[in-house]
Design a protein around this ligand. Structure first.
Ligand code: GLN
Length: 383
């Protein structure tokens, strides 16, 4: 067996969802919305299955989805993309990330990772032969510093894998952070693989700024977006990849031998959805922001120390003020004794020693959030 995978535990998301089922807990662990997603987009997918083409679509994606992707990101992020040469559709953002690492990294290349990081990154980097170099981000701000970047980058840096907004910290990197990172990428001639899946789930009037549009980055960025996150349909696994032709040609080679194509009905529905009026996207953000505020307010009222959430489906709680210093043990007790599942953020660190932060998913109906708050109230009383 390959030791990188044989030594891996089951993902923390599966583990916590299983515990949630076992203990009939409110599941605020794995990040998925209670809401079923926009009905018109789901109807398009259903209609396309019945009336449309269900054989292999083109390897690079349906032409109408590649065009809709280019149009959507020109409108929302000011990017100018050639749908023929610079857009590809994958079976989810995770396929796109795996494919990009396989296509760009050669054994011995260094890959800069920002921890806490999404759990798939590190095994995929290692399997591609990359040597991980970590930038450790710490609460409460999880911001970049020139000093930390200078330590992680070297003449061997080939790739930077960057997630913004960042899961699990729910931070948006500032424009100054983006410019700083861009300057390091340019200086070290590195490619940025940008996991931008949370780009539409941002709050408080913020607009996502893609690293791709910072000076010097257009030709050296692989931008990865996710229909699952844009339309609250996390099971769909439709990813949109954007990159300059020179990079895209190689990314396409990886994609053609990983999944080759992505279900055509879902692609047709996403092409339709990306063209929806601004109001849909603004409404989606406003709904999640309202849920964030309801849950954050409830937690604060109970005396929990809530960290800011600028985007994603998540908010974090600092458990140190509760006298807790082991997030894993805390989450195990929380699910077993109090019936609420959450995610220990230490699961997203490889090197850093942050053990006092716990992530909750607030992308839920009010009744779900209120039930969780009721159960957490009992915890506070006993703490
Ligand atoms: N993206 C989801 C989260 O962060 C997890 C997806 C998965 O279970 N792999 O909760």
């Amino acid at each position: 067996m390959n030791p990188i995978f044989s030594a891996l535990p089951t993902t923390i998301f599966e583990t916590m969802s299983r515990l949630a089922r076992e203990h009939q807990a409110v599941n605020l662990g794995q990040g998925f919305p209670d809401d079923p997603g926009p009905e018109d987009v789901r109807r398009k997918a259903a209609q396309a299955v019945i009336e449309g083409w269900n054989q292999y679509p083109p390897m690079m994606g349906l032409p109408e989805l590649r065009q809709a992707t280019a149009t959507h990101f020109r409108h929302w992020q000011g990017l100018e993309l050639d749908p023929e040469a610079e857009v590809m559709i994958t079976s989810g953002a995770t396929e796109a990330i795996a494919g990009a690492l396989m296509a760009i990294v050669s054994p011995g290349d260094e890959v800069v990772l920002f921890e806490p990081m999404y759990d798939a990154y590190l095994p995929l980097v290692r399997r591609a032969g990359g040597i991980p170099k970590f930038v450790t981000l710490t609460p409460p701000h999880f911001g970049l510093s020139e000093e930390a970047l200078a330590k992680a980058f070297s003449p061997k840096t080939r790739v930077v894998l960057f997630n913004n907004p960042l899961n699990p910290t729910a931070t948006n990197f500032s424009e100054a952070d983006l410019d700083l990172l861009a300057s390091f990428c340019v200086r070290h001639d590195a490619v940025a693989i940008c996991d931008d899946v949370w780009e539409h789930v941002v709050f408080d009037g913020h607009r996502h700024q893609p690293l791709m549009s910072r000076p010097g980055m257009r030709e050296r960025t692989v931008k990865i977006s996710s229909a699952g996150k844009i339309f609250s349909l996390t099971g769909w696994k439709v990813g949109m990849v954007m990159a300059a032709p020179k990079l895209m040609r190689v990314l396409a080679k990886a994609h053609q031998y990983i999944t080759f194509t992505t279900p055509p009905n879902l692609q047709a529905a996403v092409a339709y959805g990306l063209g929806k009026a601004d109001g849909y996207f603004e409404g989606m953000r406003a709904d999640f922001q309202r849920s964030r505020d309801r849950f954050a307010g409830g937690l604060s009222d109970l005396g929990f120390s809530v960290l800011p959430s600028a985007g994603t489906y998540f908010l974090n709680v600092d458990i140190a003020p509760l006298g807790q210093s082991d997030d894993v043990a805390f989450c195990q007790r929380l699910v077993a004794e109090h019936g609420v599942a959450a995610i220990p953020v230490s699961a997203f660190y490889a090197e850093g020693a942050v053990r006092n932060v716990v992530r909750f998913c607030f992308a839920k109906h009010d009744a779900t959030l209120d039930k969780a708050l009721e159960r957490l109230a009992a915890l506070r009383v006993r703490a």
